[in-house]
Design a protein around this ligand. Structure first.
Ligand code: COA
Length: 308
């Protein structure tokens, strides 16, 4: 189907936290974090920054890039697993601050959130009264146990948004799935407040999930994954990304990696990486751009785009 991402935008928390900063407060090391995950630094929200404030900034930047105003937007889909409040949805606060009164909802599909929002938004687009805006946004530091070295060094905050319009590009194929039997491996246990993760179990499944899901999205478009021009995977771990890209036959120079500077921002990660790839001039008209996210649930979603 016809789909153009006419504007991309990012919001970055002000505070940069390096591995050295974490070494000072946790039993960990820069060497362990870099070699096991690929992360060098991440951005963490300050007290004045919220999920809604990151969404507002990213959406405003995306609309500016698209040459659109908030009142033109037909629908807003906000993907997050860290809403500011349980009621109302965070999109309500973000839309209010932006001066938008269109329909909106929050979408919770963990680290597959942005791609799930993109596919959902593309489905809404043909009958939408205006452009559809999708934003992946997290303030994961509010659900981190900052004394748990197994998670505190990995997760981070931020937002990425995209304006969806009909145009020269296309959504060529997509794939999504959930295996809820795996949910104990990455969860906030019932009654708990913090992320608990069995990193080894997630790792063991992640590569296969990305390879199968990204491969399925490409197969539905009749394209070999090896012929993809740009691969933008969820930014959780460089070893997962490298192993998945290698099995898909996509070389490193066509794979976007930015988690060394961002850490794992869950629903925001693919949106931020896509925006950075565009800003770096890595996306060209006609390029086949493959997005693939996976995370808690376990849930996954992949989309193959022809770039406008
Ligand atoms: N600093 C130092 N040591 C740490 C540590 C830290 N921050 N976190 C854990 N360790 C220790 C563990 O306690 C364990 O010690 P033990 O063997 O004495 O029990 C050991 O390191 C585990 O090491 P290893 O098995 O080599 O870890 P790993 O190679 O599996 O890497 C992850 C750990 C979490 C980085 C990796 O499993 C991973 O990235 N998993 C996927 C997570 C993910 O993608 N989550 C998000 C999905 S959206």
């Amino acid at each position: 189907m016809s789909l153009a991402l006419t504007g991309l935008g990012v919001a970055a928390p002000e505070r940069v936290v390096t591995n050295a900063d974490l070494e000072a407060v946790l039993d960990t090391s820069d060497e362990w974090i870099r070699s096991r995950s690929g992360i060098r630094e991440r951005r963490w929200a300050g007290p004045h920054e919220s999920t809604a404030s990151f969404a507002v900034e990213a959406v405003a930047n995306a609309l500016k890039a698209a040459g659109r105003t908030p009142d033109e937007v037909g629908f807003l889909v906000l993907a997050t697993c860290t809403p500011d409040q349980l009621l109302p949805h965070t999109a309500a606060a973000a839309a209010d601050a932006l001066g938008m009164r269109c329909g909106s909802f929050d979408l919770h599909a963990a680290c597959a959130g942005f791609v799930t929002a993109l596919v959902t938004g593309a489905g809404l687009l043909p009958t939408s009264p205006g452009p559809v805006v999708v934003v992946g946004v997290e303030r994961l530091t509010q659900i981190l146990d900052h004394e748990d070295r197994t998670t505190a060094v990995l997760f981070a905050d931020g937002a990425g948004a995209a304006v969806l319009e009909a145009g020269d590009g296309a959504l060529l194929g997509w794939d999504a799935g959930t295996d809820g039997s795996l949910r104990p491996f990455l969860e906030i246990p019932p009654g708990g407040q913090h992320i608990h993760m069995d990193g080894g179990e997630v790792f063991r499944r992640a590569v296969r999930i990305v390879v199968d899901s990204a491969g399925a999205a490409c197969a539905r478009a009749g394209i070999a994954a090896a012929d993809v021009d740009v691969f933008v995977p969820h930014q959780a771990n460089t070893r997962i990304i490298e192993a998945a890209a290698s099995r898909l036959g996509i070389p490193a120079e066509r794979t976007v990696v930015n988690l060394d500077r961002w850490g794992n921002t869950s629903a925001a990660s693919i949106a931020i990486a896509l925006a950075e790839a565009e800003a770096a001039g890595r996306l060209h008209a006609g390029d086949r751009v493959l997005l693939s996210g996976f995370g808690a649930g376990m849930t996954w979603a992949s989309a193959l785009l022809r770039w406008a």
